[in-house]
Design a protein around this ligand. Structure first.
Ligand SMILES: Nc1nc2c(ncn2[C@@H]2O[C@H](COP(=O)(O)OP(=O)(O)O)[C@@H](O)[C@H]2O)c(=O)[nH]1
Ligand SMILES: [Mg+2]
Length: 471
């Protein structure tokens, strides 16, 4: 269903396209048709029960009937919805045929539509048409893909907010501020010869530029959170062999995902999987226990442990006996910028002593501690609570703007760099025309996100080719 390598030679918006819009396996399947001939072509393969044609029906109506082939054989009993331009997703005349979800039926319906004059749609082509019709800007179109892919409450809300245009309107506010700055600069240029005229104070221009830059930087920074929310916030479970790391992973996943045994060095590779805590996805990574070993494969596993720590936002360092400063010094070089949890495991055991952290030489506020029994499920909800708190998820409301696309992040980063030059220029009394040049670049960078008339076709192709067919 996903043709990422799909290449469209020319954007032809004037033919009529069709595609299956639903994933296989459901009880129902929907075939979508869009284009100037959508209604006529659908009518040619459809017999409504009432005898009424789609051509005679108003936009928004649903007709019951049959899809019939060239020999008047019934392919399926269906419901057809009709949407007339401009009141449709793509802005064009469109129909949606709800069939039974058999792959065979859906294929036959598409085949008949294609024989009647449709073309098979490419990935994202319906959304691309919506964009070209001005129904969505580019960032909203990308939000559609995020919405389809959203697997938790956080990513769903962010995608919905982006689809509703909250990100776009933030950008247009920024654009207005920067345009104001441009016009003030141009005023300065136009009247440069009139020494008697007072111009906007450059400190005023500077504060305008700085305010815009602060917001751009803030948006760019949110990408890290956006990405973590999309892919799952990475949490590495590390420690010596046999402390119970794999047992904890299985416990958190509520599944026997990793092999648990009392043989040291059982886990040799990293194993990862996701769970949701309060609607946020966390990606747990079970690692090979850190120890000196002559086993070459186990050594590779241990080096992957360090790679996992580097990737992680949160590190659970697990011990089952009083840790020594030497134990932790092996991983401390990798802990820069990480949130650390010391999990004292096997608290069910009789001879379980009290763990001391004083000797570990860790800054006192740099970690949290908890006593758990991974095997007997003690304090696991409390551990999850600590993990959730440390992840420091910003509150995500219906209008929260968090950048989730690398393309947007890159554009914001470019905008920030160009704006930094504007700010430099303003402080170093660079001539206004040179500053205006950099300002134009910033405006272009921001426009790239929502996609104006100047967006190169290649960018569009790249974005829409990552959609599924039928969207
Ligand atoms: N008593 C007790 N034993 C545990 C606990 N967690 C793990 N174990 C045992 O410790 C041994 C090593 O566990 P495992 O999860 O494979 O450790 P890993 O090498 O750190 O992945 C196994 O025999 C587990 O059953 C616990 O909370 N209490
Ligand atoms: Mg293990």
């Amino acid at each position: 269903m996903y043709l990422t390598a799909y290449k469209r030679k020319v954007i032809n918006n004037n033919d009529t396209i069709c595609a299956v819009a639903t994933r296989p396996g459901g009880a129902l399947g929907v075939v979508r048709v869009s284009g100037p001939d959508a209604i006529r072509i659908t009518d040619s393969v459809f017999r409504s029960a009432s005898g009424r044609t789609l051509a005679d029906s108003q936009s928004g109506r649903v007709l019951f009937g049959q899809i019939v082939d060239a020999d008047s054989q019934t392919v399926d009993e269906v419901l057809v919805s009709i949407f007339r331009t401009p009141h449709s997703y793509t802005g064009q005349d469109s129909t949606e045929i709800s069939c039974h979800g058999s792959a065979y039926i859906l294929e036959q319906v598409c085949r008949l539509l294609i024989e009647a004059g449709c073309r098979q749609a490419g990935p994202g082509e319906f959304t691309e048409r919506a964009f070209l019709a001005g129904k969505l800007d580019l960032s909203q179109a990308e939000a559609v893909a995020d919405l389809i892919a959203s697997g938790n409450r956080a990513t769903h809300r962010i995608a919905m907010s982006q689809l509703k245009g909250h990100f776009s309107s933030e950008l247009s506010i920024l654009r207005e501020q920067l345009l104001q700055l441009t016009s003030l600069l141009e005023l300065e240029l136009d009247f440069a010869d009139h020494e008697e005229l007072e111009f906007a104070d450059r400190t005023e221009l500077l504060s305008l530029a700085r305010r815009a830059d602060d917001r751009i930087t803030e948006l760019a920074r949110s990408f890290k959170t956006g990405q973590a929310l999309k892919e799952g916030i990475p949490v590495a479970i590390v420690g010596k062999t046999n402390v119970g790391k794999s047992t904890l992973l299985n416990r958190l996943l509520r599944d026997d995902r990793a092999i648990v045994s009392d043989i040291h060095g059982t886990t040799r590779d990293t194993i990862e999987d996701t769970i949701q805590i309060k609607g946020v996805t966390f990606r747990f990574i079970d690692t090979a226990g850190i120890r000196q070993t002559a086993d070459a494969i186990e050594q590779i596993g241990i080096s992957r442990t360090f790679a996992a720590i580097n990737k992680a936002l949160i590190v659970i360092w697990m011990v089952d006996a009083q840790p020594t400063p030497d134990d932790i010094s092996e991983i401390t070089p990798h802990l820069e910028g990480k949130k650390l949890i010391l999990a004292f495991n096997k608290c069910d055991l009789q001879d379980y002593g009290r763990f001391e952290t004083a000797s570990l030489q860790l800054p006192p506020d740099s970690y949290k501690t908890i006593e758990i029994s991974a095997k007997f499920n003690n304090n696991i909800p409390q551990l999850e609570e600590i993990i959730y708190t440390l992840a420091d998820i910003p509150e995500i409301n219906a209008d929260t703007v968090i950048v989730t696309q690398a393309r947007h992040y890159e554009a914001l980063t470019r905008a920030h760099e160009n704006l930094a030059r504007v700010i430099d220029g303003l402080t170093s009394t660079l001539p206004g025309d040179l500053i205006a040049e950099d300002l134009r670049l910033v405006l272009q960078d921001l426009a790239d996100i929502t996609g104006g008339a100047i967006t190169p076709g290649e960018t569009l192709q790249n974005i829409f080719s990552h959609f599924c067919i039928g969207k």
